[in-house]
Design a protein around this ligand. Structure first.
Ligand SMILES: *[C@@H]1O[C@H](CO)[C@@H](O)[C@H](O)[C@H]1NC(C)=O
Ligand SMILES: *[C@@H]1O[C@H](CO)[C@@H](O)[C@H](O)[C@H]1NC(C)=O
Ligand SMILES: *[C@@H]1O[C@H](CO)[C@@H](O)[C@H](O)[C@H]1NC(C)=O
Ligand SMILES: *[C@@H]1O[C@H](CO)[C@@H](O)[C@H](O)[C@H]1NC(C)=O
Ligand SMILES: CC(=O)N[C@H]1CO[C@H](CO)[C@@H](O)[C@@H]1O
Length: 498
């Protein structure tokens, strides 16, 4: 029943509130033209080249970090961003891809190999969709649409068409909107950023929780900052290992980008997420199926602030990006707000983006009485494999915003002697997430808003009743996510014994 209402509201919403014009990732734009004969228009899609990722040497000036709580008290950005040594993390590095490099299955990782083989054998991943473009240019999106038929859109390729309802059998639709009226679905990509304490402190004063899309390499670089996101009661999703265009990757690489990020989040934060957001929104049915096989539901958005462009780190004056914010905020008084909400893309990326997040909050709040993490939008009370319970929508807007069952201490902590971080390789890289050329997001959340998640003895994600999930491959998913949880439980023991 409630699912039907959800689908109807989502339909109304997607008709009433078309996606804002949006652009792709940071860097220097070049234009690619995509013909969308469906709309009988030629759509210009801005492409950005990768003009960042300064690779700095491993830092030698380590500071004596202690734990999540003490790191959270540091107030000056330069101090926050001084690397700290956690031997537990340094010991993990050999089992992970190099931070910020495109991930692949490590040669000695028989477990990861076996899981990917099982995913292939499951038959969920379409075999007729290939990696797009030519690496390395394609990793940043260049040349990825060449030859793609956007008219028939056989792969439900979001970057070309804005498609969010898969064509491939058994693959669940993307989550793109929030059904609750007068509601701003609050999502920030690209964290954890080392300088985020001021923003997270601000949220604390507002009793505000957020869905945070964490990059695996950032989690490895800034483990105590990552732990803070969970300890503060925010909702954590996967935003890949190195923030590349996922449809450009081989299936093994795409798997590795998600799998190793899940491993890093599990080992460092103690949770197994069931949601992910594709960088740049770049996803198709091959990538969706790989994510789903790992127990990850694909979350996109329906409104984009394009805040990653903001000066001084980005190319656009603050006023331009503020205008983007203003137009989204103005939707709070649009008729459509009576029947549904929105999911907005914002970033924990630079000082500029984080300042805008804080500055706009009061305006957002007066336009949208409910500013909520996606767990609340979706009544998703069990967003992880572990038994941690998040408030549903009614509880959240009633002021009960804190999850229960959060870890009270984190296994991964600093040692007495701080050592330089083994993973910190790229600071100051500008990695934003933005969709291509204003897709006509007619895609409707016509299926479960719940994660197509695994079930296990220690808790399972909610599954709102839904036709599609009855035949969905959740049985396929279950073993892999459980294996991940089991594996990392083993890793925890090892860390404890250190
Ligand atoms: C999974 O299938 C893809 C091709 O469909 C192949 O490239 C890849 O090597 C396979 N992965 C494993 C681990 O067998
Ligand atoms: C961050 O941005 C704010 C507002 O533009 C500015 O006042 C502040 O100096 C900036 N902080 C840093 C560390 O750049
Ligand atoms: C969440 O639950 C409330 C009542 O508990 C219901 O009114 C609402 O429709 C639900 N939302 C979704 C997205 O299922
Ligand atoms: C973190 O934020 C700072 C600004 O506060 C920015 O200079 C830096 O590039 C960001 N780091 C990453 C890895 O995004
Ligand atoms: C957590 C939850 O709601 N689980 C339900 C998932 O769907 C199955 C089948 O409809 C139910 O039996 C579970 O209770």
């Amino acid at each position: 029943m409630r699912f039907t209402a959800f689908a109807l509201m989502a339909t109304a919403l997607s008709v009433a509130l078309p996606a804002t014009q949006a652009h792709i990732g940071p860097g220097v734009p070049s234009k690619i033209q995509i013909r969308n004969t469906d709309m009988n228009t030629v759509r210009a899609v801005r492409r950005m080249e990768h003009s960042h990722d300064h690779h700095r040497p491993i830092h030698r000036r380590a500071k004596a970090a202690k734990d999540e709580a003490s790191e959270a008290q540091i107030e000056t950005p330069t101090e926050e961003c001084k690397p700290y040594g956690l031997s537990a993390v340094n010991d993990m590095v050999k089992d992970f891809p190099t931070a910020w490099d495109v991930a692949d299955i490590l040669p000695h990782d028989t477990q990861a190999m076996a899981i990917m083989q099982a995913i292939n054998a499951s038959g969920l991943v379409p075999t007729d969709i290939q990696a797009r473009g030519q690496q390395p240019a394609s990793l940043m999106g260049t040349g990825t649409e060449t030859g793609y038929n956007s008219n028939t859109d056989p792969a439900c390729y979001w970057t070309a068409t804005g498609c969010t309802t898969p064509k491939a059998k058994g693959v669940l639709p993307d989550i793109i909107s929030c059904a609750e009226p007068h509601t701003w679905g609050y999502t920030l990509d690209d964290g954890p950023n080392c300088t985020h304490n001021a923003l997270y402190d601000f949220w604390k004063t507002q009793n505000q929780k957020v869905s945070l899309m964490y990059i695996g390499s950032n989690v490895m670089d800034w483990p105590l900052q990552a732990q803070r996101g969970l300890a503060d009661g925010h909702h954590i999703c996967v935003h890949t290992w190195s923030h590349k265009y996922m449809t450009a990757l081989t299936s093994n690489q795409a798997f590795a980008e998600l799998y190793y990020t899940m491993q890093a989040i599990k080992k460092i934060m103690g949770i197994t997420p069931t949601c992910w957001r594709p960088p740049y929104g770049d996803v198709d049915d091959r990538i969706r199926a790989i994510a789903q096989s790992l127990g990850l539901r694909t979350y996109v958005w329906d409104h984009d602030t394009d805040d990653w462009e903001v000066a001084p780190e980005g190319p656009k004056p603050t006023a331009t990006v503020q205008a983007n914010y203003d137009s989204i905020i103005s939707l709070g008084s649009a008729p459509a707000a009576e029947t549904g909400g929105i999911v907005v893309l914002q970033h924990e990326l630079t000082n500029g983006t984080m300042e805008l997040v804080k500055e706009n909050y009061p305006k957002m709040k007066s336009a949208f009485p409910n500013i909520v993490p996606l767990t609340a939008c979706l009544n998703l009370t069990h967003p992880y494999v572990e038994d941690i319970i998040y408030p549903n929508f009614a509880e959240y807007v009633g002021g009960n915003v804190m999850p229960s069952g959060l870890p009270t201490t984190f296994t991964v902590q600093a040692d007495a002697v701080a050592t330089p971080q083994g993973t910190l390789k790229s600071m100051g890289s500008l990695m934003a997430t933005a969709p291509a050329g204003g897709p006509d997001n007619a895609g409707v959340v016509s299926s479960s808003s719940a994660a197509a998640g695994p079930s296990s003895s220690n808790g399972s994600p909610d599954n709102l009743s839904n036709k599609k999930s009855a035949a969905s491959p959740s049985t396929v998913i279950a073993p892999f996510a459980v294996v991940i949880a089991g594996l990392t439980a083993g890793a925890f023991m090892l860390l404890n014994n250190n």
